[in-house]
Each structure stands twice: as structure tokens, then as C-alpha cells.
Design a protein around this ligand. Structure first.
Ligand code: TMP
Length: 442
């Protein structure tokens, strides 16, 4: 996909000077074409991650490339400088959007150490652009200019136009191929999918909707936990997710561990105060579990039973990572104690924000609490622990690289939360539950 987008943009740059000249544009025409391309690219880069947010990024990437190739077809065939400038601007927008979308789609926080998908994409784009700078003018020269008699009139086929058309066809074929390979919603028709995305929805074909099991959460809310090491930005992201959910009319309870209840606050003080010395690892584990038991019984469970969406900053996985992997206690034992403490309540989704400990700890305001002031190795083990937990249960986790821009992270989180949201309660039953307001346009 990136090769096709880069070929389309590269071909324009390669012959823009001569092509603008053929159309009687001279230097001013050449300048306009390049400006249109640059402005278009900039606009597309900005738009890529922001348009059609519920729409599959992989589909969008394929479509953007095909659109860029089609813009190049127009540019190659229409011999009018104004049309060429506009087509170039559109080409730029689509190629720019393809680039930023590809970077997003290629980003894989679970990629092995040393894998650099963005660097790979950059190389592909650069090499394709260089090859097109070299080859497209040669094709133009080889093709030469011809006057075609089209019956009703004549069409002057300039060498540059022919070369641009060749590049466009190549980009189009590559784009179509890329679209098919990228498509992660195969079998779902494109037009309704696009139309739903324009309304901010994810399209479900009627037959799938009918076949889908009744929502599991009919009478039950949703429980989302945010996890991660120190300074990963969980608190911010949890808050943003809650604001977004409330904006869409859902009842949301935001909470955190440790210390969301009255007893919990006292436990938190004991657990995090640096004056607490000599606390054994097992006692620490049990105090966190005690806080959690109180939290589940008095906050989380009642809210979930009312049909509310609960967003918690930390939950059981923090104990598994910190006390299990960090302190070196047996993880299965901690899991067992916590299963008992929580009555087996497991989040529907756990968002893990991943950050190297040194970067995370740098973000924190001083002074550090009892856990934050543990060694670098401790925090390294915690990080590994979270990763291992996520790998063991990938369906429940959304793993994100916390160093990415805040806006991008929230959008990915929203995208994932949408998948587990309960259907808004049908109009007739709203009065009975009074938990979800009517949402007709979500
Ligand atoms: P916070 O900084 O997110 O408020 O969390 C408080 C600290 O408690 C943090 O350093 C992580 C630690 N912690 C555990 O060690 N085990 C747990 O089970 C929880 C919930 C937190």
C-alpha cells in the first residue's frame, strides 16, 4: 500500500515540471502543482487518524491508496492545469492519509524487540519514490508525444501524460491488491460500512446481527480496568474514557485501587506511606487484596449489577504484576487469594499501558511513594509481568504503547471499548431500568 501511495506522489514530482509546461503552465504551473501536493500531503497526514474513526484502519489504508491512484488517472488524462492542480491536491491528501494510517496500522506494541515497522515503511516509501523519480521521466521520454485522432476530435497524448498513466495503473493494481490483502472485514460490504462509519457506528450486517448471541450484558454493566507501571498515564486515559462514555449517554463509575473506599483509604495510606517499614510481602499482598475485596463489594459489584459501566484505575493484575512478578511471590497463589477476595469478578476488558520504567518514573512528581521508590529491576519485573499476563489472555487485553500521543491512545481505547458496550436499552424498557438513557445515534 505504501509503495503504491509513494509511487503516485513520486510520479507527479518526477514529471511535474515538464507536464505543467506541456499544459502551458510554465514555472507558475509547476509551483502550483508542487504546492498542491505538499499542502495535500500535510492535510492528509493530519486527517488520516482522525477521519471515520470507527472504520477499520486497514480498510481505510487500502481505500486511500486506491483513491490516490484514481486521482493520478485524472491528473494524467485531463489536460487542464486547474484540474491537474486540484487532482494533485487530492492525490496528496489520500497519500498523506495512507501514510499516517499505515503507521498506525503497522504499530504493534507486542512486536519483538528491534522490530521497527515505521522504519520499514519509511524505507519502502523512500525507495519507491526514488525509483519513480528515475523511471517515470524515462517512460515519458520513451513514449514521446502523439496526436490521437478520436473520431470527433484530437487528443494530444504527451509523454508525461502517458508516463503518469502507466504509474497510475501500476499504483491502482498495487492498491487493489493491497486492499484485498489488508481487508480485515472481508465479506462486509463497503458502502454500508462506510455509511455507518460516517455516523460514528460500526456496521454489522443484518444476518450477523440476527445470528449474534443476545448481548451477554443485558442486565449487567461493563467492567473495564486500566493497568500499567508507574507514570504510564492510566489515570488520564481512564478519565478520558469515562468522559467519552458519559458523552455518549452511559452511566459510568470511575474508581481506583488502592483506596476507593473508606477502609481502602486507610489501607492505601499504610501501603504507600514510606514510613511503613518491614511490611512482609505476603502481608502487603493481603492488604491489597483486602482493599480490593472491600472495593468490589461496595463499589464495583453494586455498580455492575445496576448496569453501569465501571472504569477502574488498577485491579487484580496489579497485584499479580507487583506482588507476583515484582516481589517474587507465586503468581498462582496471588491469583487464588484475589479470586476469593473478588468473588471471581474479572474485567470485561483490561487496557494495559506499556512504558519502560525509567521513562514512566521520570513522569512522576516527587516524592516517590513506598512502591514507586523500589529499584529499577523491581519495576522492570513488574513490566514483564504485565506483558506476560496480557499475552496469556489476549482477548481480554488491549496493550498500548504509552509513549504514543494521548489522543491516539484514547481513540484506540474508544475503538476497543465500543466492541464490548452493551446495546442501549430499547426505548420501552428504559423506564424500568433507568440506567441507560435512550441512545439512538451511537
Ligand atoms: P497508583 O499509583 O496507581 O495509585 O497505585 C498505587 C501503587 O500501588 C502503585 O505503585 C502500584 C501499587 N499496587 C500494588 O503493588 N499492588 C496492587 O494490587 C495495586 C492495586 C497497586
Amino acid at each position: 500500500a505504501i509503495a503504491a501511495a509513494s509511487l503516485a506522489a513520486g510520479a507527479v514530482v518526477a514529471v511535474a515540471r515538464v507536464h505543467a509546461g506541456e499544459l502551458g503552465g510554465g514555472d507558475a504551473g509547476y509551483g502550483s502543482v508542487l504546492t498542491a501536493l505538499t499542502v495535500g500531503l500535510g492535510f492528509g497526514l493530519f486527517l488520516g487518524p482522525r477521519v471515520l474513526v470507527p472504520f477499520s484502519r486497514r480498510r481505510l489504508l487500502g481505500l486511500a491508496v486506491i483513491a490516490a491512484a484514481l486521482a493520478l488517472v485524472v491528473l494524467a488524462l485531463v489536460q487542464n492545469l486547474v484540474v491537474v492542480v486540484f487532482a494533485t491536491a487530492f492525490l496528496g491528501v489520500f497519500a498523506g492519509a495512507a501514510w499516517s494510517t499505515a503507521k498506525m496500522a503497522a504499530h504493534d506494541p507486542e512486536a519483538p524487540e528491534g522490530a521497527r515497522p515505521a522504519a520499514y515503511l519509511r524505507s519502502v516509501a523512500l525507495i519507491t519514490a526514488l525509483v519513480s523519480f528515475a523511471v517515470v521521466p524515462l517512460i515519458a521520454a520513451a513514449a514521446g508525444s502523439h496526436r490521437l485522432d478520436l473520431g470527433g476530435g484530437v487528443y494530444d497524448a504527451y509523454g508525461t501524460g502517458v508516463a503518469l498513466l502507466v504509474a497510475a495503473v501500476l499504483a491502482l493494481v498495487t492498491g487493489l491488491f493491497a486492499y484485498r490483502r489488508l481487508d480485515d472485514r472481508r465479506g462486509i460490504p463497503l458502502v454500508p460500512d462506510l455509511r455507518a462509519a460516517l455516523h460514528g457506528e460500526i456496521y454489522t450486517p443484518p444476518e450477523q446481527a440476527a445470528a449474534a448471541p443476545q448481548p451477554v450484558h443485558r442486565n449487567r454493566g461493563v467492567f473495564i480496568a486500566f493497568e500499567g507501571g508507574e507514570g504510564a498515564g492510566k489515570t488520564t486515559q481512564a478519565r478520558l474514557a469515562a468522559i467519552w462514555l458519559r458523552d455518549h449517554g452511559y452511566d459510568v463509575v470511575t474508581t481506583h485501587e488502592p483506596g476507593a473506599t473508606k477502609i481502602g483509604m486507610r489501607l492505601r495510606a499504610m501501603l504507600l506511606d514510606r514510613d511503613t517499614t518491614g511490611l512482609s510481602d505476603r502481608a502487603e499482598t493481603l492488604l491489597y487484596a483486602a482493599d480490593r475485596a472491600d472495593h468490589v463489594a461496595n463499589v464495583i459489584k453494586p455498580a455492575v449489577d445496576r448496569g453501569v459501566i465501571v472504569v477502574s484505575d488498577r485491579y487484580v493484575d496489579s497485584s499479580l504484576a507487583y506482588q507476583g512478578f515484582g516481589r517474587g511471590l507465586p503468581v498462582e497463589d496471588i491469583a487464588r487469594v484475589n479470586a476469593w477476595a473478588t468473588g471471581g469478578l474479572v474485567p470485561d476488558l483490561t487496557v494495559l499501558l506499556e512504558i519502560p520504567p525509567e521513562a514512566g518514573l521520570r513522569r512522576l512528581p516527587a516524592p516517590a511513594d513506598r512502591i514507586e521508590s523500589e529499584s529499577q529491576e523491581f519495576h522492570e519485573r513488574v513490566r514483564e509481568g504485565f506483558r506476560a499476563l496480557a499475552e496469556a489472555d489476549p482477548d481480554r487485553y488491549l496493550v498500548l504503547d504509552a509513549s504514543r500521543p494521548q489522543g491516539e491512545l484514547s481513540r484506540e481505547i474508544q475503538y476497543r471499548i465500543r466492541e464490548i458496550l452493551p446495546d442501549p436499552v430499547p426505548l420501552g424498557t428504559e423506564d424500568a431500568t433507568s440506567t441507560f438513557p435512550v441512545i439512538t445515534d451511537f
